[in-house]
Write a protein that binds this ligand. Structure first.
Ligand code: NAD
Length: 457
């Protein structure tokens, strides 16, 4: 929106001057160029904090961000356009439109598992929508947090984007209480998401919650087993299973159970010919505590493949397990590690029953060749997003909104969905001054009432 000479320029919590398309593009371009300058430092930090390989860091974090920025640059003009909306005849000669405006100042709180992507992708949306932002990286990936602070300090003045560092348990509540935020964008655990939601509700701050949960992969008897195995195996080893959309557990039809298990085990062997624990292409658990929690789950069943650990490097082999302890966290909690529990089923009803035992997941993966099975499960199982005959890939397409529902999240982002999440759409009716519909005003007459009745019924 352009400023006129009589339009006050003051900006603040109650009065926002929306940046022009040129300013927003410049911010996005600056972010892209600074990202390129800091690429090596970010990759080094990801290696230090998470043992991520250069390839994985680029593909799933940095390259992903260039994709988001380029997509926003390409579509920004269209997203910012004022949209004409049809107006009912009864309102003639008024016209209606919706005007996307920035919400103001966005607080972006990120987790440790994709600490660059999950901090900067929401920032792309915030900047495209014309907002300023405060970034809060996870304290569990301290090298990345420092690298992000350096990148942001290099790219933007504090009033546009700034980074705050520290333990989220103290810092986040204090900031929400003391600072002014117009939107909170939180990515992290279901438990902390609930805390953030309550704090935000108390202050009437809108929130986007990108949370976790147990995302199932269902392999039906008619699935193409070798490609299903490869794609499930890949989804589970990415970031050593510490991926919010990783297939958490496997529901497999009994007829193909053994061939799928054998094939996934073979593919893991092919990915890491000298063993995953030795491979620089395979990451470690984020810290000792997470390593111990995930490694302890290995005792809860019969190991079908993998199962070895290395306390020194905090690595756990990609592992398939048949759970024998019914109260195991493997069946109830998000695993967030490279362990894949295998649960067989005989009928689709049985599979549906198993799915219904757990809260609505962030992702759902279905492997089948049958249109009927696809239609049945895709429409009936509630989930955030997902893939047919693949895993994880739905979040790669910037044109697809990404988010959960219920306990796995609230709201979505990526591409236009991110712009929408961080914009407010003002609905405006403009009425010419030359006409007033007489029957609208008192004194109300019987004839006007009857006419109104005819128009609306
Ligand atoms: P977390 O909830 O522990 O932490 C996330 C952020 O919240 C961090 O910046 C942390 O400092 C802050 N925080 C922690 N405790 C807090 C508190 N009491 N009050 C306020 N802020 C607090 O999550 P995590 O362990 O960093 O990440 C793992 C979780 O995130 C998993 O559940 C995973 O599924 C989820 N996740 C979701 C997505 C998604 O896109 N939906 C992506 C990645 C991870």
């Amino acid at each position: 929106m352009s400023k006129s000479a009589s339009c006050p320029e003051r900006s603040g919590p109650e009065l926002i001057t929306p940046p022009s398309i040129h300013e927003r593009r410049r911010n996005l371009q600056t972010l892209k160029e600074t990202l390129a300058r800091h690429e090596k430092a970010l990759i080094r930090a990801l290696e230090e904090d998470l043992g991520k390989s250069r390839f994985e860091s680029y593909a799933t974090e940095i390259g992903f961000l260039y994709g988001e920025i380029n997509y926003a640059l390409k579509h920004l003009r269209r997203w910012m356009r004022v949209k004409r909306i049809p107006t009912p005849l009864v309102m003639w000669p008024s016209r209606s439109r919706v005007l996307p405006v920035p919400v103001g100042r966005v607080f972006i709180i990120a987790p440790w598992n994709y600490p660059v992507q999950l901090q900067i992708a929401p920032l792309v949306a915030a900047l495209a929508a014309g907002n300023s932002a405060v970034l809060k990286p996870s304290e569990l990936t301290p090298s990345v947090a420092d690298a992000i602070a350096a990148l942001i300090g290099d790219a933007f003045p504090d009033e546009t984007v700034t980074t705050v560092l520290g333990d989220g348990r103290e810092l986040v509540p204090a900031l929400i209480k003391e600072e002014h935020f117009d939107h909170i964008f939180f990515t992290g655990s279901v438990e902390v998401g609930r805390i953030i939601g309550v704090m935000a509700a108390e202050r009437h701050i809108p929130v986007t919650l990108e949370l976790g949960g147990k995302s199932p992969a269902v392999v039906h008897k008619d699935a193409e087993i070798s490609s299903a195995a490869k794609r499930i195996a890949f989804g589970k080893i990415l970031n050593a299973g510490q991926t919010c959309v990783a297939p958490d557990y496997l529901l497999v039809h009994r007829e193909v159970e053994q061939s799928l298990i054998d094939e996934i085990a073979r593919v893991w062997g092919e990915f890491f010919p000298s063993g995953a624990l030795q491979s620089s292409d395979y990451g470690s658990m984020v810290n000792q505590k997470r390593y111990e929690t995930v490694a302890a789950m290995l005792a809860d069943g019969e190991i079908l493949a993998g199962g070895r650990t290395d306390g020194q490097s905090l690595k756990i082999e990609p592992t398939m397990i048949r759970v024998t302890r019914p109260d195991s966290p493997l069946l109830a909690q998000e695993i967030f590690g490279p362990i894949l529990p295998v649960i067989p089923y005989e009928t689709l009803d049985e599979a549906a029953e198993e799915l219904a035992r757990r809260p609505k997941p962030l992702a759902f993966y279905l492997f089948t060749r049958s249109r009927e099975v696809k239609e049945c499960l895709l429409s009936r199982v509630p989930f955030g997003g997902g893939c047919v005959n693949d895993t994880v890939m739905h979040l790669v397409n910037p044109a697809l909104p990404f988010g959960g529902l219920g306990p796995s999240g609230n709201g979505s982002y990526h591409g236009k969905a991110g712009f929408d999440a961080m914009s407010h759409y003002k609905s405006i009716v403009t009425t010419p001054t030359w006409f007033n519909l007489p029957l609208k005003f008192p004194p109300y007459r019987e004839g006007a009432y009857k006419l109104l009745h005819r128009i609306f019924s």
